[in-house]
Ligand binder design. Structure first.
Ligand code: 5GP
Ligand code: MN
Length: 334
């Protein structure tokens, strides 16, 4: 691993450390952060985890959860954590705009910024970067970093549970194309040190509010459009739907995968009306690049999972999507 000796030197004496991740953290963002948190605390550092926004309840069971500072709930403390840090670990993102309201706090901090991430096209804000676009997840990279620092034997249940959750969610429960033999070797070690697989899966996938399930039913019944000619299915969510079903932050996660679960569909899209943008999520298979599509919508991501946005009405975003589909019809049909 590049820069590992540099990092080893930086961690050879007690440091004040902030760990942060992209806004609306998913299982990998929060799991990698908490796995790293427990490791750094065990090594004698003073560590604060700051999330730029709140996140989904089904991720709030991990060891260390009460220690996560939700930025908007206490912005002064969050800014102070970045300002007063010697090191800031930036996990699961590679461009500072993904920190939303805390972009400037991290940018302006004199701390050494260490990025650990698996997304392509890094913006280059970091002082030390660990970037591996072939890694299944940032949690996998945190595990490999701990191993490369010679501390594999320090991995305990508190570190292992969040790391397992991160790897599990970013690999779609070990079924996406990023699920390597190495992933299974790492996970087997995490289980060896105490992860109980069943409760983790239950906590993440069997803890839905009844409203969330009804919302899912509504989305599939009333908001899904299937376009066999483009081998594409997309779900369109207007703002009113969120009010009607009292949808909470993070509860649209996984929805886009339903679009891609239809036979002979190569592209799934979720269009969500937010405050002043339409948020676009793309999932694909085969030759179809989600990241290429996301770039047309001011975004980016992985080849098979990416996101972007449109500062337009839903109708205009939909028209733009249809034009993008027409332009790549040959690939979609492949
Ligand atoms: P999701 O569709 O779950 O929001 O995001 C899928 C993937 O695309 C994630 O890996 C995420 O980091 C990336 N992504 C989502 N939205 C954006 C965006 O606005 N810009 C960039 N660069 N990547 C995004
Ligand atoms: Mn990730």
């Amino acid at each position: 691993m590049d820069h590992i000796n540099e990092l080893k030197d930086l961690l050879s004496f007690p440091q004040r450390i902030a760990i942060t991740m992209h806004q609306k953290p998913d299982g990998d963002a929060i799991g990698s952060a908490l796995g790293l948190y427990h490791y750094l605390v065990k090594k004698g550092h003073s560590v604060t985890v700051v999330s730029p926004t709140d996140y989904a309840d089904h991720l709030k069971w991990m060891p260390g959860t009460p220690k996560v500072l939700i930025g908007p709930n206490d912005p002064d403390r969050a800014k102070w954590a970045f300002d007063g840090a010697d090191l800031i670990f930036c996990l699961d993102f590679n461009a500072l705009y993904r920190l939303q309201d805390f972009e400037a706090s991290v940018k302006d901090s004199a701390a050494t910024k260490i990025m650990i991430d698996h997304h392509p096209d890094p913006a280059g804000f970091e002082d030390i970067g660990f970037l591996d676009t072939t890694a299944s997840s940032t949690a996998e990279m945190v595990y490999r970093m701990i191993d490369a620092l010679g501390d594999k034997e320090l991995v305990d249940k508190d570190m292992a549970e969040p790391l397992y959750a991160g790897i599990m969610t970013d690999t779609g429960s070990f079924r996406f194309t990023n699920t390597s033999a190495e992933v299974h070797r790492i996970v087997s070690h995490l289980i060896d040190v105490g992860v109980e697989v069943h409760p983790v899966h239950e906590a993440i996938f069997s803890s839905f509010r009844p409203e969330r399930l009804k919302f899912l039913g509504h989305c599939l019944l009333n908001c899904l459009t299937i376009l066999p000619e483009y081998k594409t299915a997309y779900i369109k969510l207007e703002k009113e739907v969120f009010k009607e079903f009292n949808v909470k932050s993070g509860e649209t996660e996984g929805l886009v995968n339903y679009a891609l679960s239809i036979k002979d569909i190569n592209l799934g899209v979720l269009m969500t009306a937010q405050d002043d943008i339409i948020k676009m999520s793309f999932r694909s298979r085969g030759e179809v690049s989600s990241s290429d599509l996301a770039k047309e919508f001011d975004g980016g991501g992985h080849f098979y999972a990416a996101g972007g946005k449109s500062k337009s009405s839903m109708e205009e975003a939909e028209q733009k999507l249809l034009a993008s589909l027409e332009a790549r019809k040959a690939v979609l049909e492949s």
